[in-house]
Design a protein around this ligand. Structure first.
Ligand SMILES: NC(=O)c1ccc[n+]([C@@H]2O[C@H](COP(=O)([O-])OP(=O)(O)OC[C@H]3O[C@@H](n4cnc5c(N)ncnc54)[C@H](O)[C@@H]3O)[C@@H](O)[C@H]2O)c1
Length: 377
């Protein structure tokens, strides 16, 4: 801590740009140092944020004793190694999604984290977007009644992402890089997902890039409570305009209402049953006026656009990161564990592994059997 603020260092300055903005706008943090292998990018970020320090060595960043927390925004394939190094250097960690690309190193990492006594928070950014936060509040207030099912998706024509050199290297998949946002939302509402089943297609659009990973996917995930969710992804074919279909969408269907929130629309649609129904009525006739029974509204948060999107267009996630780093600090100060933590993150990766196996075996796959295979439970 310096002047009563957490000192945070950032590694990976592409999307890492968003956490730099968040740190500089937070009352809880001060920016310790920034790091990228690409020196030009380091200089560019220093100029952009009027910051004077940088390093091209992650080891040097970790040696800085003033730094309390490392924000990791390197390519997916490096997260496991970079988290472990940070923990061994005695730092707390905020790591972007996907926390891992498989479970091979999960047990070692969980043990390393426990031994270190430090926190690892997984930056599942969508949970921290305005309409998704508001939807969660509505759900927790009980206004939707009991949850019956939910549908989540992440659908985006993301072929642009294949310009990144690491997107064509082993370990990259649309599922782990993109669909994890939709999987995380399902797991947020159904925290004990035990079985998954799904289908996927590798379209010729993906094959044109020399990749052989499913780009169009649909899964059913079942929770130990008996509830289930559908989770869908689509990444290499044209998508509808985001005002018609949110790129990331979460629809909650409850006994007394329904709501739809998502990214990147600052809007939530909600329909809830009126507290007082006409006497003796539990449902309405076909010719009745639904407005007598339900309140249906579209709530907009447009004024928050500049807060959430601070750079070109909607290219980065600064507002979500602002929300999650401030939540991280507040939780740390009150002695709690910021969620999703490494354990929860690993469970989500196990769900992803079960999805992957289901695609290739054509059968439902149990999540616990995978966790026990890797010695995690
Ligand atoms: N919504 C979200 O939460 C969200 C959005 C976008 C990206 N991401 C995640 O952020 C991560 C980075 O994605 P990106 O789009 O910024 O990729 P990118 O390729 O633009 O940036 C990654 C940066 O990491 C640097 N780097 C790689 N290895 C390094 C090392 N050992 N030490 C220091 N720097 C190193 C690279 O030079 C590069 O500048 C990915 O894991 C991605 O999944 C999350």
């Amino acid at each position: 801590m310096k002047d009563n603020k957490f000192v945070l260092g950032v590694v990976g300055l592409g999307e890492g740009r968003s956490i730099i903005s968040a740190v500089l706008n937070s009352e809880y943090y001060t920016l310790g140092n920034i790091c990228d292998l690409n020196e030009e990018l380091c200089k560019h970020r220093c100029e952009e944020f009027q910051f004077e320090r940088y390093t091209t060595s992650y080891e040097e960043l970790l040696k800085d004793e003033e730094i309390d927390i490392i924000g990791i925004y390197t390519p997916d394939q490096f997260h496991a190694t970079h988290i472990k190094q940070a923990l061994l250097a005695g730092k707390h960690v905020i790591c972007t999604k996907p926390v891992l690309l498989g479970l091979e190193e999960a047990k070692e990492l969980l043990d390393c984290q426990e031994k270190s006594g430090k926190k690892v928070f997984v930056g599942q950014s969508t949970r921290f977007f305005e309409s998704v936060l508001q939807q969660r509040k509505a759900y927790e207030s009980g206004s939707l009644g009991e949850l019956v099912t939910l549908e989540t998706h992440y659908k985006s024509d993301a072929r642009w992402f294949l310009d990144r050199p690491w997107s064509k290297k082993a370990g990259f998949s649309w599922m782990y890089n993109f669909m994890i946002h939709a999987v995380d939302l399902a797991a947020w509402y159904l925290p004990n997902i035990e079985e998954v089943f799904g289908y996927g297609v590798v379209s010729s659009n993906t094959k044109e890039f020399g990749l052989n990973v499913e780009d169009t996917l649909t899964f059913l995930v079942k929770d130990k409570s008996g509830l289930y969710a559908t989770v869908e992804g689509s990444y290499a074919t044209p998508c509808l305009n985001k005002t018609i279909e949110f790129p990331i969408e979460c629809t909650l269907r409850g006994t007394k209402g329904i709501s739809r929130g998502g990214y990147s629309q600052l809007v939530m649609h909600q329909k809830t049953q009126k507290e007082i129904l006409p006497e003796g009525k539990k449902s309405y006739a076909l010719d009745a006026n639904p407005a007598d029974f339900f309140e249906e509204k579209t709530i907009r948060y447009d004024e928050k656009h500049p807060y959430y999107f601070r750079f070109e267009g909607e290219s980065h996630h600064a507002g979500e990161y602002q929300n999650y780093i401030d939540y991280f600090a507040e939780t740390l100060l009150s002695g709690g564990t910021p969620l999703p933590d490494l354990k929860e993150g690993v469970h989500t990766i196990a769900i992803m592994e079960a999805m992957s196996r289901s695609l290739h075996t054509g059968t439902p796959v149990k999540v616990d059997s995978i966790l026990s295979e890797y010695g995690i439970i």
